[in-house]
Design a binder for this molecule. Structure first.
Ligand SMILES: C[S@@+](CC[C@H](N)C(=O)[O-])C[C@H]1O[C@@H](n2cnc3c(N)ncnc32)[C@H](O)[C@@H]1O
Length: 273
């Protein structure tokens, strides 16, 4: 079998499992990722990997393919302008949760290695000393990749990773040095719960969230899948709850469940009441 046919086979498998589309011009990238999979599974060549996948050979671990096929790029306080606007939104949410006697519930649906939910926790810890939130807050974090979930749970970051988005004060206040790395303090990590969730499948968590962050993950999906995911996300939000997408992503043509709100230059979507 030709290499291109094998790469196409895996591209289709990945689309079925994750919804992630590898366009023709990205197939070379998939090929190099398959080489990583071969290395991780100690498979000698691409035809053997193909045969293992086809015959459900126990040597083939689908999760390894999923972990390697996903792009987990992230950073602390990614898109700083959005985080400045988030301060205002969070302050409003804290006030309304306190008024209703509720816990503030946030969900990061593609949390990758944890920088996004930790940034939200740091933001809230910065606001809360001046406010009352009797029931506290919880950040639910999910991703399809077990590899990134394990890393996120460990909350240990390299110098390079902390340099991407954190200033010295944040580092000193919320992290402690462990050898060459930095570990997030329990003040933040106790507010975070991690679980594996494929966005293409029914959501296991039946809670209603005040805010859902779905950033830089829909871009890899086909329009029909984007619509299905957004419909599930809408159901998981309280009326008036906020949806935050990645910079450059929008809901145009994808959902009528939300109203757009521009806050200090950043775009938020609010579930219609
Ligand atoms: C580019 S990262 C974005 C991380 C973070 N939200 C941010 O904006 O910095 C995309 C993440 O989405 C996850 N992902 C991709 N497809 C997914 C799916 N079908 N279900 C759940 N997570 C998925 C990947 O594993 C990856 O960690």
């Amino acid at each position: 079998m030709q290499t291109t046919e094998i790469v196409n086979f895996f591209s289709k498998l990945i689309e079925k499992e994750l919804g992630i589309l590898y366009e023709d011009h990205n197939l070379y990238q998939l090929q190099s990722r398959l080489e990583e999979v071969m290395k991780a599974l100690s498979v000698p060549d691409l035809p053997s990997l193909y045969k293992d996948a086809q015959t459900n050979n126990p040597r083939f671990k689908k999760q390894i393919l999923i972990d390697i096929a996903t792009n987990n790029e992230t950073s602390f306080f990614r898109d700083p302008r959005v985080f400045r606007s988030l301060e205002r939104v969070m302050t409003e949410l804290i006030a309304s949760c306190e008024k209703n006697g509720e816990k503030l519930k946030i969900w990061s649906v593609a949390s990758s290695t944890g920088q996004e939910p930790l940034s939200i926790a740091m933001l809230l810890e910065g606001i809360l000393p001046g406010k009352v939130l009797s029931k506290g807050y919880q950040i639910y974090c999910t991703d399809i990749s077990e590899r990134v979930i394990e890393r996120a749970k460990n909350a240990l970051y390299s110098e390079l990773e902390v340099q991407r988005g954190l200033n010295d004060q944040q580092l000193a206040k919320y992290f402690r040095k462990e050898g060459e790395k930095w570990r997030a303090q329990s003040l933040l990590t106790t507010k975070l719960t991690y679980e594996k969730q494929n966005l293409l499948e029914e959501f296991r968590n039946r809670e209603s969230f005040n805010m859902i962050l779905c950033r830089n993950v829909l871009i890899y999906q086909k329009i029909e899948k984007k619509k299905e995911i957004l419909s599930r996300i809408s159901k998981a939000l309280v009326p008036g709850g906020y949806l935050l997408l990645g910079a450059g992503e929008s809901l145009i043509g994808l959902s009528n469940d939300f109203e757009q709100e521009v806050i200090d230059g950043a775009v938020f979507y609010r579930k219609k009441r």
